[in-house]
Design a protein around this ligand. Structure first.
Ligand SMILES: [Zn+2]
Length: 303
């Protein structure tokens, strides 16, 4: 997930059409990150292979465990990055998992050899999903035709390997539905990762029986209004929590972290924000999100 000023503007325009259901400033009143009764959370999307974690990855993981994040799925965004994710995940079997896929930014690299490499990775124990894969027309780092092709091929791979899909989409909603819709009956399941849309987009995804991944975007008073309006509409058995670390540091963290790098250890703060917006006890939201992650990705119970 990458952000930009233009997206800010688009979201601001969007939020103007949606009523703010959260009074500005309210999120700041939420208690700090250590949250009673919250343990055994699953961060379903952390880019732990990112080089910003190279110096202190172990400490980051220790902080996550201390915060109650007992399991974590490391996002793969290219063949090399997926291999790296698998390598990191293999260091802590049963706690760390990985996805294997080619992000739409890298779609031009998604050739036969890449698909074959992903197929091999999918046979390795830590790998629980194909992805992230999808469409990103905002930046178009790869041509649209390459993105559509790479997306379709990875959906085929997911169907063939009976793996769920970890889906990324930005500014390509119609094409995304056009490609995913016909394939959906062949897939075991999937998550719309880093969902930032409003109620209408949510309905499209729920119609495809997708899980909905919620990041710290929801903690953003300026950009998160559409998402905040959609949150109470997500069936609790479709809700997943993710940090997308090191991206998307929750804006409502207090005290503000010294660095802008996001970490899996902030996941309880996201869970608490989601619970507040849904007017549900945080323990209920946390337990449901964990059960959903176990179900979708087939994660083992902790040992
Ligand atoms: Zn993404």
């Amino acid at each position: 997930m990458q952000r930009s000023q233009a997206r800010d503007q688009a979201d601001n325009q969007h939020s103007a059409r949606h009523p703010l259901i959260l009074a500005p400033g309210l999120l700041r009143l939420l208690p700090p990150v250590t949250i009673r009764g919250m343990q055994d959370l699953v961060d379903i999307g952390a880019n732990l292979g990112h080089d910003s974690f190279d110096a202190d990855r172990e400490a980051v993981l220790a902080r996550a465990r201390d915060a109650g994040v007992s399991r974590l799925i490391i996002t793969g965004t290219s063949v090399a990055d997926s291999r790296r994710a698998v390598q990191i995940a293999a260091s802590s079997p049963g706690d760390l998992f990985a996805t294997a896929g080619v992000h739409p930014h890298h779609a031009s690299d998604c050739d036969d050899a890449a698909i074959e490499a992903l197929r091999t990775l999918l046979g390795q124990p830590p790998v629980v999903a194909v992805g992230e894969c999808g469409l990103d027309y905002y930046r178009n780092f790869s041509p649209v035709s390459a993105q559509r092709d790479a997306f379709a091929r990875q959906l085929e791979l997911a169907a063939e390997s009976r793996s769920p899909v970890f889906l990324h989409r930005r500014d390509a909603h119609r094409d995304f539905l056009e490609i995913l819709g016909p394939m959906r009956p062949k897939l075991t399941g999937g998550v719309a990762h880093c969902f930032t849309g409003g109620p209408a987009e949510l309905r499209d995804y729920l119609d495809l029986d997708l899980y909905i991944g919620i990041t710290g975007w929801v903690c953003d008073e300026r950009r998160g209004a559409a998402l905040q309006a959609a949150l109470p509409l997500i069936p609790i058995d479709r809700l997943l929590l993710e940090t997308d670390a090191p991206y998307l540091l929750p804006r409502s963290l207090r005290p503000r972290p010294k660095t802008r790098r996001n970490e899996p250890g902030w996941l309880p703060h996201i869970a608490q924000t989601v619970a507040a917006l849904r007017d549900e006890p945080v323990e209920v939201v946390a337990a449901a999100a964990t059960a959903n992650a176990l179900r979708l990705f087939g994660l083992r119970e902790p040992h």
